[in-house]
Design a protein around this ligand. Structure first.
Ligand code: SF4
Length: 205
């Protein structure tokens, strides 16, 4: 595909996996087409499925607050999910659904070509980094994948009613400006740089 628009048209009214039979909307992704930062979540929830946009509702508002804390807004970034359709009852996406849908995410990453990928929560982090480790041990650690960096953070939904996680989220997102600038990482992430891993896993296979 040459453009995100062409990719969206290619996906169309998708029924390539079983999620196509139960969702209302294909939630493709939104934001700046040449963003330096891409946020990757798990899957659309009920509000996203109804609106056709990623990260609406309370978790979306917290994401907006996080962006504002580093002088950014949604118009500065690109936001997408691992799978584009809501799993029934918000269950975890299944392997066949992930395998069928993630070529679209890979294409979005190729087209937007972000410098930084911020993974939101366990599921997205595990997929993007190709790991089974938990977000609690990975968050705030900067991972290199070729010429991109990956910053795992808690999912905003997990921090809505947890003040401690919320504080951690704001501390982790504070690493973002330094990563976008491509300079030295200051703060907690500096000591935790996971080093270069050009082979990667997950998203970077
Ligand atoms: S989840 Fe992805 S592959 Fe499955 S129907 Fe939706 S867009 Fe198609």
């Amino acid at each position: 595909m040459e453009t995100l628009r062409a990719l969206r048209e290619h996906i169309g009214d998708c029924h390539r996996c079983p999620l196509g039979d139960t969702r209302n909307s294909v939630v493709f992704g939104t934001g700046r087409e040449d963003a330096h930062v891409m946020f990757v979540g798990e899957a659309p929830g009920r509000n996203e499925d109804l609106r056709g946009e990623p990260f609406v509702g309370a978790a979306g508002r917290l994401l907006d607050e996080l962006l504002a804390s580093v002088d950014m807004s949604r118009s500065d970034v690109y936001i997408a999910n691992i799978v584009k359709c809501r799993p029934p009852g918000n269950r975890d996406p299944r392997s066949v659904e992930i395998d069928t849908c993630t070529p679209f995410l890979r294409e979005q990453v190729r087209l937007v070509s972000p410098r930084v990928i911020v993974t939101l929560g366990n599921f997205a982090t595990r997929f993007v980094l190709g790991t089974t480790a938990a977000i609690t041990g990975l968050r705030g650690i900067v991972h290199r994948r070729g010429h991109r960096v990956v910053l795992p953070i808690f999912h905003p939904a997990a921090a809505l009613y947890d003040r401690t996680k919320r504080d951690v989220l704001f501390a982790d997102i504070a690493l973002l400006p330094g990563l976008i600038a491509g300079g030295t990482v200051h703060g907690p992430g500096a000591a935790l740089y996971a080093g270069d891993d050009a082979t990667g896993g997950g998203l970077f296979l």
